[in-house]
Design a protein around this ligand. Structure first.
Ligand SMILES: Cc1cc2nc3c(=O)[nH]c(=O)nc-3n(C[C@H](O)[C@H](O)[C@H](O)COP(=O)(O)OP(=O)(O)OC[C@H]3O[C@@H](n4cnc5c(N)ncnc54)[C@H](O)[C@@H]3O)c2cc1C
Length: 413
């Protein structure tokens, strides 16, 4: 028997599960599919700033997170060589706390929330292998489950929320609108016993061409993430040979400027090392005949910005009313819908995507950038605006303006 839905969402993590919640709450029959077995982890260091916490609370997901022993974080330290920018992220609609919650807990809470909606059907361990077509229109998906059983599901819309390497996007044979490869390799793991800051802090150090990121997470552990140029074949080889000892050596020897070695005396790596040697910062079209893309499937940017989870959730917030509008009419103009979707994606994400592209390139800091950061670091009101760029409290204009006025004041004196 053919099963028919309004919308099939492929991928049930932050983009897919949250879009299914929104569409389900609006009364649509939604099929949410994922090849994964939940609860499970995914390739992500999973820091969420307070803007994302607000979105998760708004969707009713946050109270369902099963293990909330990750500490609330209010302090952020960004160090660019010897310039330290430290302060609090500006509150977002009254929300002050940021977290770093394991994806096995966060994504499970999102799926649980979706499962509470009667018109949302969820199948996990089901892989979408192909799309179903009626001439040039997508009308469903072909799947295979863990037992090898094949199935077809039909729908008005198929949404690819299936991540950076989206199968839906590949089957559509889409070419990227923007595609900028990174110059960096990155690796991360979990550490116990790391000497922590006196208050929970998100720490990011960019020392010449090396990056170190430390986030306090569940179970009194820290996520430790490092990045270095892909051109450094020696370290790539070391990580390929024995990633655990390579990461340990890297942490001990490559951040002497911040004496990171001193914080490792009682520390030990407690999980396998995961990483990426090369990825693309990409941006695709988002809507076509019977299909749409959301989350990393449509836009992926350097993880250094730590906004991937937020942006995946927010893109669903943009997409939902557009799909709703499309489902209310028989005369759909997909070109117009795509334009509308792109305009809103651009307005929300383009500025941070551009910063991601700048960060993804192995360019050392210019004297001008250094002066900019030094100025910010000395003025709490500038620090607030600078950090506010990261959690969407303000745009970069506000940072530039405040730095300009500080420099002008200094010149008058
Ligand atoms: C190294 C690294 C560190 C990161 N750190 C952070 C961070 O600290 N903070 C942050 O906000 N973001 C971070 N990100 C980004 C963040 O993880 C992503 O932006 C976010 O997970 C995107 O969510 P998504 O739902 O679009 O895709 P995903 O989370 O990738 O989920 C896609 C889902 O689709 C499913 N799927 C894929 N193909 C199929 C198929 N054919 N059939 C069925 N199901 C399928 C997968 O099983 C998966 O569950 C990081 C990313 C990387 C790579």
């Amino acid at each position: 028997m053919v099963q028919y839905f309004d919308v099939i969402v492929v991928g049930a993590r932050c983009a897919g599960a949250t879009l299914a919640i929104r569409l389900g709450n609006a009364g649509h029959r939604v099929l949410l599919l994922d090849q994964g077995n939940f609860p499970s982890d995914t390739l992500s260091t999973h820091a969420i700033f307070n803007n994302t916490v607000w979105e998760l609370k708004d969707l009713g997901i946050f109270p369902l997170i099963p293990e909330l022993d990750a500490p609330p974080v209010r302090n952020v330290l960004l160090q660019f060589e010897d310039v330290k920018i430290e302060g609090s992220l500006p509150p977002i609609k009254g929300e002050e706390d940021s977290y770093c919650i394991r994806r096995s807990y966060l994504d499970q809470a999102a799926i649980q929330k979706a499962s509470e909606i009667p018109n949302v059907t969820i199948y996990t361990k089901v892989r979408v292998k192909d799309l179903l077509w009626d001439e040039d229109r997508v009308v469903g998906v072909k799947t295979k489950d863990a037992l090898g059983q094949q199935q077809e599901y039909h729908s008005k819309w198929v949404v690819g929320a299936d991540g950076r390497n989206s199968t839906v996007r590949k089957k559509l044979k889409l070419k990227p609108l923007i595609d900028v490869p990174t110059d960096f390799a990155c690796y991360f793991t979990y550490i116990e016993g790391l000497e922590a800051k006196s208050e929970p802090t998100f720490e990011v150090y960019r020392i010449y061409d090396r990056t170190l990121v430390i986030f306090p997470t569940n179970h009194h552990q820290h996520v430790v993430f490092v990045a270095f140029p892909l051109a450094n074949r020696l370290w790539i080889k070391e990580f390929g040979h024995n990633s655990k000892s390579a990461l340990w050596d890297f942490l001990k020897t490559q951040f002497v400027e911040i004496k990171f070695n001193n914080r490792l005396h009682n520390a030990k790596i407690v999980e396998k090392i995961r990483g990426l040697t090369g990825f693309s910062n990409h941006w695709f079209s988002g809507i076509g005949k019977g299909w749409a893309l959301v989350g990393d499937a449509v836009i992926f940017k350097d993880p250094a910005l730590a906004q991937g989870i937020h942006d995946a959730i927010y893109a669903g917030k943009i997409l939902q009313p557009i799909l709703e509008k499309a489902m209310q009419t028989d005369e759909i103009d997909e070109t117009q819908l795509d334009r509308l979707y792109q305009e809103q994606l651009q307005a929300k994400f383009r500025e941070r995507f551009e910063l991601g592209i700048a960060l993804t390139k192995n360019n050392l800091m210019s004297a001008e950038q250094k002066l900019f950061q030094q100025t910010i670091s000395q003025y709490p009101e500038a620090v607030e605006k600078f950090l506010g760029f990261y959690n969407y409290a303000n745009n970069m204009d506000a940072v530039t303006q405040i730095v300009r006025s500080i420099i002008e004041q200094a010149q008058i004196k």
